[in-house]
Design a protein around this ligand. Structure first.
Ligand code: FMN
Ligand code: ADP
Length: 347
């Protein structure tokens, strides 16, 4: 993964020059964004420079409208990794300031794309807008690129059921718990990552221990119960566990590397039953994400886990007794076991 922070007052590294570039927020890195990345790769393969994706942080909308902050669909690290998987070499994160946002489109084009990056190819979607009051569009870009000797490709929208895929469509699907739809729009399951922290310690006594995830920086799906796939999070793997709760005492200590070297099946990825929401059965109102890993016993405290949402199973309910909740949890786990990977065509 290659993620670079850049302010336009600094000179861009020479290695970025003569690049192919695509500009956008790329919040979801959905299938439309992936096509832009692939076309940027296509052009870069014919140029001396790299394939760059240029994005803004904080999101321009938040700078223009303070108070409109909302959790993103991907962190910048995840965005860089997904864009890299789709073909770009580097994600360049431009520091968004009010000054930058006041630049006319042509000023941005000349300063950033021509003078700094000496871009040789630009790839955008049909509805791309940029610059002060979003006055720059593909018609103007076509003209400016021709004058600057830069290829310009307009990529048609990628559709799902006849409607263009967009970050807001993904956001809506996630907010409504439609994780199967989110997967179709993204071309991969929607996922979040966090660190396992100590909870109320009820799970063990119920017979269904759950890893409670903290520090999640992206949008959580709607409250409910989901079939999930859990893996070690590749972005937070090296984070220190200092300050995290003491390890509990359990039958076995989970160590993915050790498990593999003992010829046991690898610990991750592994299916799980996840619950998002409060615990109404126990009168708890705090909203959290917790996961019970199937066929696993061990200590996960302090680990960074990624949870991919595969299917929505049901809504959160208040049960009359812990026994009733346990019976339901057993049914949830059976439903997770019965979950089947969708056929490639419907993905
Ligand atoms: C798959 C799954 C489904 C759950 N569904 C519900 C539910 O519908 N209602 C509820 O009150 N708690 C539900 N829970 C949460 C349990 O109450 C919770 O795991 C238990 O209180 C343990 O909390 P602890 O990890 O803080 O000890 C669910 C947990 C899991 C793993
Ligand atoms: N199958 C499992 N799925 C999830 N966590 C497990 C499992 N087996 C053991 N654990 C461990 O047990 C802890 C959860 O136990 P629990 O009693 O629910 O305590 P807490 O309230 O602290 O989450 C997890 O954080 C993890 O370290």
């Amino acid at each position: 993964m290659s993620l670079w922070r850049w302010t336009v007052t600094e000179d861009a590294p020479l290695a970025w020059q003569h690049c192919a570039v695509t500009i956008g927020n790329f919040d979801a890195v959905h299938r439309g964004h992936q096509l832009l990345a692939a076309r940027t790769r296509f052009w870069a393969d014919r140029l001396p420079g790299p394939a760059l994706a240029l994005t803004f942080d904080p999101p321009p909308h938040q700078v223009l409208f303070p108070g409109s902050e909302r959790p993103p669909l991907t962190t910048l690290e995840e965005r860089a990794a997904c864009l890299e998987d789709a073909g770009v070499d580097h994600l360049i994160v431009l520091q968004t300031t009010r000054e930058l946002l006041s630049w006319e489109a042509e000023e941005f084009f000349q300063k950033v794309l021509v003078q700094q990056l000496r871009a040789k190819a630009l790839v955008e979607g049909r509805d791309f807008r940029f610059g002060r009051q979003r006055r720059g569009d593909v018609i103007l870009l076509e003209q400016w690129c021709r004058q600057a000797g830069c290829h310009f490709e307009v990529v048609p929208p990628v559709l799902h059921e006849g409607v263009p895929i967009s970050s807001s469509r993904v956001r809506q699907a996630v907010e409504q718990g439609q994780v199967e739809l989110a997967r179709l729009l993204l071309g991969r399951p929607y996922s979040v990552a966090g660190q396992v922290v100590v909870g109320a310690r009820r799970g063990q006594s119920l017979g269904f221990p759950t890893a409670n995830l903290d520090g999640i920086r992206t949008l959580l799906p709607a409250d409910g119960v989901y079939a999930v796939r859990v893996s070690e999070d590749r972005f937070h793997r090296r984070e220190t566990t200092a300050g995290l709760p003491q390890k509990g005492t359990f039958a076995a200590t989970a160590n993915p590397d050790k498990a593999e070297s003992n010829n046991r099946p690898p610990l991750f990825p592994r299916l799980g039953a996840a619950h998002i929401g409060p615990n109404p059965t126990f009168g708890e109102h705090l909203r959290k994400l917790e996961v019970h890993l199937l066929d696993f016993q061990g200590d996960l405290y302090g680990q960074s886990l990624r949870v991919e949402f595969l299917a929505r199973l049901r809504e959160t309910r208040r049960f009359h007794s812990p026994e009733e909740l346990k019976e339901q949890l057993q049914r949830d786990i059976t439903a997770v076991r019965q979950w089947q990977e969708p056929a490639e065509k419907s993905m």
